[in-house]
Design a protein around this ligand. Structure first.
Ligand SMILES: [Zn+2]
Length: 333
């Protein structure tokens, strides 16, 4: 009960703030809410498409909106590379912003890179080692697409899941996605065989932009751009806080070997898939050579003062430019 009150309180606060920012931006000539100020922000994107469709993958924005956001940020603030931002090669009097992408979608190369190159803005792309596995699609994308295209009751790990309001849930009302995020790979991999009808459906090709990840050759091509660096985002895109520490280290080691072999250089940064990590994993990753590690939100109080790990702000495809910029400047929504 307390939890749901807190959620309502937080959501109400968010919407009131958003309306306030909108009204202030619209009616005041002096846009003081969005004025440049000292600070740092790592801005996290996932996918770019041509139309800004969020019903298939809710973390996508259109190429046009991406360009519009970059133009605004470049005009008003200081855009820097991620490595410059975390090594404090910044302008101390301005808001310093680094652009990053997670998950390694092909559209990062095809749509995002030309927009970045045209503006001479550097971005870092965190990719998985999915090409080194038997799977051709990240598990969460497979689950999203399969849930979209299937309607029949399914069984995963001995439990039945029924589709309600577009989401597969078990008898306890827990979504299949939540079950995946809270269980290790031995559960997650069952997703790929639980929706027998998804294979071969024409929509899969039509929706390729929302799930197709970079090939090995494309990862190399992306990394060769003057305005792109490729770093690591796990092996299967597994949640590293729900498997054993030994298993987490094993998966990261395999992924690091794959990417270093591909790029023929050392890989020194990792963004934890789904923002999930443990304090022990920070130490083990550091010993493995990951000098810089990236969360989404910090998960432990000591992370804030730990120079090895940095939080990132995920862009919100459902909000407007002034609210998005306010969130960047304040590092929260
Ligand atoms: Zn991810």
């Amino acid at each position: 009960m307390t939890n749901s009150f807190y959620t309502i309180y937080k959501k109400t606060g968010y919407h009131i703030r958003r309306i306030g920012i909108d009204m202030t931006s619209r009616f005041l000539r002096n846009n003081w809410l969005l004025n440049d100020r000292p600070g740092k922000c790592i801005l996290l994107y996932h996918g770019i498409d041509l139309i800004g469709q969020t019903s298939i993958n809710s973390r996508f924005i259109s190429a046009q909106l991406f360009a519009q956001q970059l133009d605004f940020l470049q005009k008003h603030y200081h855009l820097v590379s991620l490595s410059d931002l975390v090594s404090d090669k910044i302008d101390p009097d301005r808001m310093n912003i680094a652009i990053v992408f997670d998950d390694g979608y092909r559209n990062n190369l095809q749509l995002a890179l030309p927009i970045l190159e045209k503006r001479q803005i550097h971005a870092t792309f965190f990719v998985t080692a999915i090409n080194h596995t038997q799977y051709s699609m990240l598990w969460a994308d497979y689950l999203d697409l399969a849930s979209n295209l299937s309607h029949a009751k399914i069984t995963v790990g001995g439990d039945e899941y029924n589709k309600k309001n577009g989401v597969y849930k078990n008898v306890h009302g827990v979504s299949l996605k939540t079950m995946c995020k809270t269980h290790d790979w031995s559960f997650k991999k069952k997703i790929y065989t639980s929706f027998p009808k998804i294979e071969g459906l024409s929509q899969l090709e039509e929706w390729e932009i929302y799930w197709k990840t970079l090939s090995d050759e494309e990862i190399i091509k992306l990394d060769k751009s003057k305005y792109a660096s490729v770093e690591l985002h796990g092996y299967y895109h597994e949640n590293l806080d729900v498997c054993s520490h030994t298993e987490a280290v094993r998966l990261i080691t395999m992924a690091k070997h794959y990417l270093e072999n591909l790029l023929q250089r050392e890989v020194q940064s990792i963004a934890f898939p789904d923002g999930a990590y443990t304090r022990d994993l920070i130490q083990s990753c550091f010993e493995m050579g990951f000098k810089k590690q990236y969360a989404v939100d910090y998960l432990f109080p000591e992370d804030k003062t730990d120079p090895r790990i940095h939080s990132r702000l995920t862009i919100n495809p459902f909000t407007n430019l002034s609210h998005q910029v306010w969130a960047i400047l304040n590092n929260k929504y």
